[in-house]
Design a protein around this ligand. Sequence first.
Ligand code: ME8
Length: 508
Amino acid sequence: MPRFYLTTPIYYVTDAPHVGTAYSTINCDAIARWHRLAGDEVKFLTGTDEHGQKVADAAAAHGVEPIEWADRTSSRFVDAWAELDVQYDDFLRTSEPRHTQTVQAFLTKVYENGYIYKGTYEGLYCVSCEDYYTAGELIDGLCPIHRRPVIEMAEENWFFKLSAFEDRLLEWYDKEPGAVAPPTKRNEALGFIKGGLNDISITRSSLRWGIEVPWDTSQVFYVWYDALINYLTAIGYGRDDAEVDTWWPVSHHLLGKEIIRFHCVWWPAMCMAAGIDPPAHVFVHGWLLAGGQKLGKTMADGSAVNVTDIAPSTLVADFGVDAVRYHLLREVPLGADGEFSLEGMVARYNADLANNLGNLISRVATVVGSKCGGIGPAPDPSSSLRTAARDALEGAAEGWTTFAPQRALEATWRLIGAANAALEAAEPWRQPPGAEVDAVLGDALEVLRIVSVLISPAMPSTARAIWGRLGLNGAPTDRPVAAAAAWGQYPGGLVVERGEPLFPRRRD
Ligand code: ME8
């Protein structure tokens, strides 16, 4: 059975969950669900990144200990993902003892392999990024991401010999052309490496809120150095070798473009330094924007761009969980930047969910009620929709397995469109009951059965609801997708339920 290990970034506990973090998490969730549906053995990891100066400062500002602050905010992520129907296999907090154990084991290995040495660091530091900049990288003397002042830092600490990995990284990029995707982001990462790599300071002496350096307890590891290793903590590095061998390196990391350097330069080099393979696949996505600005970005006054009025829980209350998931999977393809707006959400909801999918369900159920006494007929084994269904399955598989949920959903919606067109052509509502009407409706019911299987990664409750309305037993996810989505399995003779509209049209 193929294995598939998928991770989101672990989110900082300084911010509440917002649509930007929901974007990565829901895309991962749906991709993981597809792989489960395909019959793969899946591990899907998310969690929270809890150490570092930024969290220590936020806790101090609220008069609490860092761990108390982390407990509070981490649980907001757990709640948000539950509300968005995110089915992770593990939620990792970097304040957990298992993480300390793995980080210490991993970095001790890197130290023993000769890639960590002592030196003095002087540099310009942005607390919001938890990252150093050179003077040339600043914009108007401010952090280029947050546009906030940077601070001058000088301390004696431990360095990772990143510079020693330039050639090996370039070789890796050459040998594994698909490892960093999409190609535009791969080129960007390659540009960093070709521009020359400096060693990195990986410990802090001025901070206590972090993981202690085992060979020098006056220091803690720099938060990024502990954070990246979370991907190994969850699969037992330093604690369970068999588990590591099971899940590494069949790993897929999905993350936003602002953390490309950490994941596509530092992380593979760290793996090489510890003597393990780099991750199999790093997919870098773009940003959701609000009025052209990165959604969720912290501004100079401490406010965040457009996160409160469109908090995930507000959207769920307004649109329903599956409509929110659908929008985040369908609107902005992974890899590109794109605007997120309520107007855009309403427009897509009306077009794709109310008019297309919702219309198909309610039309079919209504006409089955009026022409077939509410009992669904069986499909025609050689219906012309059979080819459309096969194309949808192929397109969905291609989209989901190449980190293109948008394409997977487009393929699925082409099938919905084909079924609506077939109904419009045949107009069963104008015909007398009989074999012809039965054939048209049977085909439409079969399309709905297949659609409920194909949309299940994106819209799990809608998928179950459609399945139930068709009178089917079990769930659309009970069997592997190749078998479940093959044409001709709606048995006919089942009671089709009309029910309330699943996606009532919105007038706003
Ligand atoms: O960077 N559009 O955490 P973070 C799309 N702790 N995605 C967005 C987004 C937007 N507007 N805003 C946020 C960190 N994201 C580190 C990660 S991993 C070892 C450590 C998503 O809370 C996107 O995935 O700032 C981005 O990379 C991530 O949230 C940053 O989350």
